[in-house]
Design a protein around this ligand. Structure first.
Ligand code: AMP
Length: 412
């Protein structure tokens, strides 16, 4: 038997049902927030992620799936969505849109060579939003509130953990101070951090190995290294969030795992769980990838982690509106017609496809958690009548055949 690769999974049963529901909610929210769907390739030139996500990030250093194709092109399975969207934005000159802003969203699989565990897969799915073209804190707040509201709609009341990384100059000043502070302790940090201090000391704050060390806890506070302009724009984002009733906590150690962020960064958390999603502003990524200067902000959430949280909370049972019981050929023909009429009226219905007896069909209806039963019977059909039974109260009624659809619509 051939089994699936490590860190991958088949989306089945309950998980598949929740997955589709999440997709539906994301699509519905994207429509009202006016974000347009975009799909980019599952693999890109490896250079895109090296330059986009950043050479110093864990993702590029040790998590990408790189391969050469039959023509020796070096390609990478996408580890995240933003770099591909930005590449497409530049390549297709979307920045020339007369509105000056592109609001885009995606849902798709990502690939990272991580150690598999609960909420950590090698193939996983993210939905994400990217707003390209505006530097207004109003859209930072829109991105954050979109992500919070989608999770609320799904039944998860997350808290926003938010930080301000500042502009390029603020970050350079902070990195310098951080490096000076860390240098005397360098031998006490993990091997990766000893490399990070030269490439990008900010990454050290995001280190999973050294996360609890006192050295990191006492590190200089990034919020104290912000220019007036950076502080002002961060306060504005928070003020907008206050008015939107979004719960947030300022976390001055949050840097995120990707190198392209500046100014506001955030993560969504439920108690002490792994982050369900996160994002931030990236005002220089487009120009760093050879496009014009375009300020952007975005986020991505992991669908598998959301599914795990929803399952932990307990789910509503799945049900069908109507189960039609039919035994002989005349009843089955009627069931055939009725099911189409009900379904085209938006009513979910099921029947027996295995030629079971009446008793077994009642059991099957219960297995489907049917709310209403239509019990077809040849003798009744000849009189133009149909039996309907409420499968919860067990109340039975007889309805004229030509009124059955309206009757079912009135019940459901
Ligand atoms: P990131 O792109 O690293 O900012 O991650 C955004 C979100 O994607 C995280 O908060 C997770 O929900 C999800 N995610 C990231 N990596 C994985 C993974 N290996 N397995 C499952 N979900 C992931």
């Amino acid at each position: 038997m051939i089994i699936k690769p490590k860190g991958c999974y088949d989306l089945l049963k309950e998980d598949a049902r929740i997955y589709k529901h999440i997709e539906d909610v994301v699509d519905a929210y994207a429509a009202v927030y006016d974000y347009k769907f975009i799909r980019t390739p599952l693999f890109e030139n490896a250079e895109l992620f090296k330059r986009g996500v950043g050479e110093s990030s864990d993702i590029v250093q040790k998590e990408t799936y790189d391969f050469t194709d039959r023509s020796n092109r070096v390609l990478t399975l996408r580890p995240e969505g933003t770099a591909g969207v930005v590449r497409s934005f530049i390549e297709n000159k979307l920045y020339a849109d007369p509105s000056g802003i592109n609001k885009l969203y995606y849902i798709g699989t990502m690939y990272r060579y991580e150690r598999p565990g609960l909420g950590r897969n090698r193939e996983f799915t993210q939905f994400g939003l990217e707003a390209l073209g505006s530097d207004d804190p109003l859209i930072d707040a829109e991105i954050i509130s979109f992500s919070v509201n989608v999770l609320r709609e799904l039944g998860l009341d997350v808290t926003v953990h938010i930080n301000n990384l500042g502009g390029k100059e603020d970050r350079e000043n902070y990195k310098k101070a951080l490096k000076e502070y860390l240098m005397p302790h360098i031998n006490d940090l993990c091997e990766d951090c000893q490399k990070r201090i030269e490439i990008n000391p900010l990454r050290i704050l995001d280190c999973k190995v050294d996360a609890d060390s006192d050295i990191l806890k006492n590190a200089p506070d990034i919020l104290k290294y912000q220019s007036e302009e950076s502080e002002k724009r961060f306060k504005k984002v928070l003020e907008y969030l206050d008015y939107l009733d979004v719960d947030y906590e300022i976390d001055n150690t949050l840097v995120r795992g990707l190198d392209y962020y500046d100014y506001m960064v955030y993560e969504l958390k439920l108690d002490d769980s792994l982050a369900l999603g996160g994002g931030g502003r990236y005002n220089h990524l487009v120009s760093e990838l050879d496009g014009p200067e375009v300020p952007c902000v975005g986020f991505a959430c992991g669908i598998e982690r959301i599914i795990n949280c929803l399952k932990e909370k307990g789910l509503q049972d799945e049900y069908v509106d109507v189960y039609i019981l039919a035994v002989n050929e005349e009843e089955k023909m009627k069931a055939n017609i009725l099911m189409q009429d009900l379904r085209l009226n938006g009513i979910t219905c099921e029947t027996d496809y295995l030629n079971k007896g009446l008793k077994a069909q009642f059991k099957d209806a219960d297995r489907h958690n049917a709310k209403q039963l239509i019990i077809l019977n040849s003798e009744m059909l000849q009189k133009g009548m149909i039996n309907v039974k409420d499968n919860i109260t067990k109340e039975e009624t007889t309805v004229a055949e030509d009124e059955i659809i309206d009757h079912m619509l009135s019940l459901l």
